[in-house]
Design a protein around this ligand. Structure first.
Ligand SMILES: NC(=O)c1ccc[n+]([C@@H]2O[C@H](COP(=O)([O-])OP(=O)(O)OC[C@H]3O[C@@H](n4cnc5c(N)ncnc54)[C@H](OP(=O)(O)O)[C@@H]3O)[C@@H](O)[C@H]2O)c1
Length: 304
């Protein structure tokens, strides 16, 4: 490995975001993946000291963590597992990062906020998660920051993509199966394509890479930045926009949150203010409708 091609250890390469990061980060270094499925290095984050052993063995120049326990409803009934993956493991990455001088890029969520607001959430607004998932992700942020490893946290929201479990793929399936569909119209967010998050993360990291093949977050280390598509939509509006791009015939009915009860509470208002990321790194995502069009175009082109 040459100095200019540092080793980047990617966790969560099989997920919606990790899958895209594997490609977008490739120009920045040599990517090596650690995970359960089809990874360069087998790693189950619930496995005792496996993370510790692997990181000490590889000594990468950067850790990128795209893992998460993302089953928001299931987390309510298995909080230990959610905390293990979303908080403790992230804290361990931080401790290893601090000890071995390895920066950590981590991702978090709008679910750290209560969802009650009348303006987009800023990074330093008081978090008040209403679900186990949100609480465990907030604990992960806090553990990483407290570790004093060089770190950067990108909070995103309403992630979808061409693979995995997400709203876009669920709607495309349901449009084929149903004539009518009730979709929640009183929760608001910014649907964000995982590819665009991964491209933005690569742009940020490119600015943090030194000529010696190291990554340094400098004055931004320890900071959280919001990274979502521009604009806002309800789930119903998002579904309508997807439907309009298909040939399916399905009637979408707006319904309220109480009409679609779930074990975990969802934030009603999840728009994140992206100005800080734009000011620090010059990175800003396009409107969610543009992202959706690009993603559907990609799916048509690749037959995904
Ligand atoms: N999805 C959203 O709407 C959303 C919204 C806001 C923020 N985020 C954040 O964005 C980031 C990426 O989310 P995503 O949607 O890409 O998640 P995802 O598709 O659910 O992928 C999660 C990844 O974590 C891995 N993982 C889970 N448990 C593991 C374990 N015990 N050991 C090793 N790997 C494990 C999974 O591996 P397997 O495939 O082997 O299970 C998978 O690669 C996360 O930080 C998430 O909190 C997501």
């Amino acid at each position: 490995m040459s100095e200019a091609s540092p080793l980047i250890l990617l966790f969560g390469h099989s997920g919606q975001l990790g899958w895209e990061l594997r490609r977008t980060l490739a120009p920045l270094g040599e990517i090596t993946t650690a995970g359960v499925d089809d990874a360069d290095h087998y790693l189950d984050l619930t496995d005792g000291d496996a993370l510790d052993v692997l990181v000490r063995q590889l000594r990468p120049a950067l850790m990128v963590n795209a893992t998460a326990y993302t089953a928001v409803d299931e987390a309510e009934s298995e909080p230990e597992l959610a905390y293990r993956i979303n908080a403790e493991a992230v804290g361990e990455m931080g401790k290893l990062g601090a000890e071995l001088d390895i920066p950590v890029l981590h991702f978090s969520t709008d679910y750290v906020f209560s969802g009650v607001a009348d303006r987009p959430w800023k990074e330093n607004d008081e978090p008040a998660p209403g679900s186990v998932y949100g609480k465990s992700k907030l604990a992960g942020e806090q553990e990483l920051i407290a570790s004093r490893a060089e770190n950067l946290i990108l909070r995103t929201a309403w992630v979808y993509g061409t693979r995995g479990k997400n709203f876009l793929l669920t709607m495309l399936r349901l449009f084929c199966e149903k004539d009518r569909l009730g979709v929640v119209s009183d929760q608001f967010g910014a649907p964000t394509w995982s590819r665009l998050i991964a491209e933005s993360a690569a742009q940020v990291l490119a600015q943090c890479k030194t000529s010696h093949g190291r990554f340094q977050f400098g004055k931004y280390s320890g900071q959280v930045f919001h990274l979502t598509a521009a604009g806002q939509a309800s789930w119903h509006e998002f579904a309508q926009a997807i439907l309009e791009q298909t040939a399916e015939d399905c009637v979408l009915e707006p319904i309220s949150t109480p009409q679609y009860p779930t074990p975990a509470a969802r934030p009603a208002y999840s728009i994140l203010d992206n100005d800080n990321l734009a000011a620090a790194f010059g990175v800003r995502l396009p409107h969610w409708r543009r992202g959706l069009a690009l993603c559907l175009e990609e799916m048509r082109d690749t037959g995904a």
